[in-house]
Design a binder for this molecule. Structure first.
Ligand code: ZN
Length: 274
């Protein structure tokens, strides 16, 4: 993707966020669809060699959702479908063969929501590094993106727990009562939020463009604003306040992730769509 088109993408996200925030309290907000100029056809699988390109791909052994033989009630069928479609993604099954610390098994509904979130993520073209998903038995974070490096390359582990079902993506004033409700849009919003952090970890320039585009638009989102992030626990970053540059990066990273998640799954901003 060219630099210029990425910049347009960042501006498009900001412009859409501004449209949403202006009409956020209307009963039927008018939401402009996001314009994403170019999405590489091979975002996840890399470049095919010329010999591979002319040969049709072999029929995969793993049935895709909707195909004969696919059992939508079987979590492992969804996990196999995810790992087949996105080879950079590993979903930890959490059984005797594949497990991680503090893991619990995914339900079929949860891994279906993960499949759909990966499929429709606004930043899917930037989710091109290794991502490992763990369903966590503890409930400290709703979701958490743990950045790692393997042989110098950024990799990411995303953990999600039960409380994700009750965490609204925007965490704004309109969402005050939402934690009472168990919603798939909440669970997907947490996944979308953590995936936005992973996209920034893989492509730090995304955050620079987000900050630049906000400055250019003159509509700076602020931490603790009523539309977005009012209920976010900003105290987790208090200890970084002595380092203004780092603190700004962390706060902007949160606002960016919340904006992406809210654009995709906020029940107030997506009325009629979900
Ligand atoms: Zn976050």
């Amino acid at each position: 993707m060219h630099h210029a088109s990425r910049r347009i993408l960042a501006r498009g996200i900001v412009a859409t966020a501004v449209v949403l925030s202006v009409v956020g309290c209307a009963s039927q907000p008018h939401v402009e669809p996001l314009q994403i100029p170019t999405v590489p056809a091979q975002a996840f699988s890399g470049t095919l060699s010329s010999s591979e390109a002319v040969t049709p791909p072999p029929t995969p052994d793993v049935p895709s959702p909707g195909e004969p033989g696919f059992d939508p009630d079987d979590p492992e069928a969804w996990i196999a479908a995810i790992e087949e479609r996105w080879p950079n993604v590993d979903v930890v099954v959490c059984d005797a063969v594949e497990f991680a610390e503090e893991c619990v098994p995914w339900t079929a509904e949860e891994v279906q929501l993960l499949y759909e979130t990966l499929e429709e993520h606004i930043l899917s073209a930037y989710l091109d590094g290794p991502i490992r998903f763990v369903r966590d038995e503890r409930e400290p974070w709703h979701g958490q993106m743990i950045p790692h490096r393997t042989d110098g390359q950024p990799t990411s582990e995303i953990r999600v727990d039960d409380s994700a079902w009750h965490t609204p993506p925007g965490m704004g004033l309109l969402d005050t009562l939402d934690p009472l409700f168990r919603r798939s849009a909440h669970f997907q919003g947490v996944l979308a939020h953590e995936l936005a952090h992973a996209a920034v970890w893989f492509h730090p320039e995304l955050l620079e463009w987000w900050i630049e585009a906000q400055d250019a638009s003159g509509h700076d989102l602020e931490r603790g604003g009523w539309r977005l992030g009012l209920w976010y626990n900003w105290r987790v970053y208090e200890e970084c306040e002595d380092d203004p540059a780092l603190y700004e990066e962390l706060v902007e990273g949160e606002l960016f992730a919340m904006t992406i998640a809210a654009l995709m799954y906020d029940p107030w901003l997506n009325q009629g769509r979900r």
